[in-house]
Design a protein around this ligand. Structure first.
Ligand SMILES: [Zn+2]
Length: 308
């Protein structure tokens, strides 16, 4: 497997030019050597003078190392992609589009935003394993950042101006394991059961604050602890800590999250949380996922609700 840099100096040395970036990406994409995406032939060569381009020895078709990946069709230098991935993966709090634009000297905010948004899509590994063992599950609401929404805290039980989400954290040997977060429409049993089904292994034990929406979830063992709101953080310490960190992060880095993009920011938070002890390896896994997922269009990013 491709190695990864462990410091800024090492990064700078390793990815000194486009050739070096392309060579690293090629090795990450084709660890056993070039495989032609068109015909499946296992032999090819890099074209002289074209850092990204390989030619198949079988069908002679030319392929960019970034074709069919999250970097598909991008005009940005590969070094910009790699730097952005490095900053997003290794900074303990991540990096906003504005910071990305400044740090990488990008021409426009839109370019920086798109770069960050595409990399954020590479923060969910396809086929990742569901949470297992003892899993704390809870739900919460966070205020949205929007010109159109009324300000948060409208009072009462109204969720106007707030976005709802469900969270789950593995409880392992007295500490938190992996986290999953999902935007949900409401706190109904349907929404919460769907969240459990998508994120928690069938044989896991789910620990909750006793909210009736969780009972009867198929497949999981439910361990309800009926408590008042003040004691919930004692019964479910890790999911509550994750919610608190999420809210602080959303305000600190992004000045609040917007409704259409909520899920991708939740995915970013979970990616970083789950790799908090292996931040430099996270750079490699971010690009590894980016090479494995399908290209993402601008339309898909600005209209996430159209993706079913
Ligand atoms: Zn071919």
């Amino acid at each position: 497997m491709t190695d990864f840099p462990r410091s800024l100096l090492e990064f700078q040395r390793r990815f000194a030019d486009e050739e070096a970036c392309a060579a690293w990406l090629a090795e990450a994409r084709w660890p056993a050597g070039f495989v032609c995406p068109a015909c499946g032939h296992g032999k090819g060569w890099k074209l002289a003078g074209k850092a990204r381009t390989f030619e198949c020895a079988g069908c002679a078709k030319q392929t960019s190392v970034t074709a069919g990946t999250v970097m598909h069709g991008s005009k940005l230098p590969l070094a910009v992609w790699l730097w952005a991935a490095y900053l997003m993966a290794t900074h303990s709090n991540g990096i906003s589009a504005l910071q990305l634009q400044k740090q990488l000297g990008l021409g426009s905010y839109k370019t920086a935003w798109l770069l960050g948004a595409k990399l954020r899509r590479a923060m969910v590994a396809p086929g990742r394993a569901p949470l297992a063992g003892l899993v704390e599950v809870d739900e919460t609401a966070i205020p949205c950042r929007s010109k159109n929404d009324p300000p948060a805290g409208g009072g009462g039980r109204s969720h106007r101006g707030k976005m709802l989400l469900a969270g789950a954290v593995e409880s392992r040997n007295g500490g938190p394991g992996r986290v999953r977060l999902a935007a949900i429409a409401d706190f109904s049993a349907d929404s919460l059961h769907a969240f459990l089904q998508a994120n928690v292994a069938p044989d896991a034990t789910v620990k909750t604050d006793g909210w009736s929406g969780y009972s009867g979830a198929p497949g999981v063992t439910h361990d309800p602890h009926v408590v008042g709101p003040m004691a919930a953080h004692l019964v479910l310490p890790w999911v509550h800590r994750a919610f608190a960190n999420l809210k602080r992060w959303a305000l600190g880095v992004y000045h609040g999250l917007r409704r259409p993009h909520l899920q991708s920011y939740l995915d970013e938070f979970a990616f970083r949380f789950n790799r908090r002890r292996t931040r430099h390896a996270a750079f490699r896994s971010l690009l590894g996922i980016g090479l494995a997922i399908k290209p993402i269009t601008y339309k898909m990013l600005i209209e996430p609700e159209l993706q079913g």
